[in-house]
Design a protein. Sequence first.
Length: 290
Amino acid sequence: MKKYILFTLMALMAGLFQVQAQDVDTTKTYMVIKNDGTEYVGRIMSKDARELLLRTDNVGDIYIPMHEVKEIQEVDEADITPSGTVMRDDVFATRYMLTTNGLPMKKGESYINWYLFGPDFQFGVAENVGVGVMTTWLASPLVGTFKYSIPLNERKTANLGLGTLVGTLSWAQPDGFGALPFASLTLGDRKSNVTLTGGFLYTTFEGNSDSRGLFSVAAMTKVGNKVSLVFDSVIAPPTTSDGGTFSYLIPALRIQTKPTRAFQFGFGGIVVDGDLLPFPVPMINFFQQI
């Protein structure tokens, strides 16, 4: 009798495992991340409490014990590179070289953008809301930033960012003040996007004030799992006081050295009244998640 009961329980468990093994969608593509950080991309052909069978294009079928699996993520086949790796979102995609965009920061997401002249701290304090502070190594100027992102479609591939920069020259010149409210329209996602930004800069210094419109066209696209092409610009149309147009154009290359760090460099050019003047000093900055 005991043997019959034991045999029945084993048969039921085997049947349960068989049902679990069949309860997978073999048409979807997944990335399986093991506890040691190894990643495999393919279709899950079977899965039970003990192991899963992953069918990959580059190394064939792989049996992976479930106790070695850290995470399973569904991926879009369009994000898979020819080498079989997954092209991830750029974690620092809310920033180009100098300007920001309409893409939202996630709640709890934060990073430091280290420029040669000083740090820029950015914090996702709520969904679609980011605040930050940027300064130089001399703590002058000291600038606070705020941005609220509004998704314009269900896929969130069009986003409007509304924000402002407010700063002072702090200890160096207490009465020096500036503000730059702006709006950014971004089309795309964290892998590839283009942004048009318009803002209005107001400054006051030693009793004299000035104001002017500022614009920017910026874009980025990932060309590999760790490499992105970036373009940024700052465009100042002519005003009645100066009568000239000034533009700063910055093509750059961003390299993801680690999942939480990136290095970016580029050489800019200055356009004054239609004349292009090369700017020989490179723009370099480092991104670091915190």
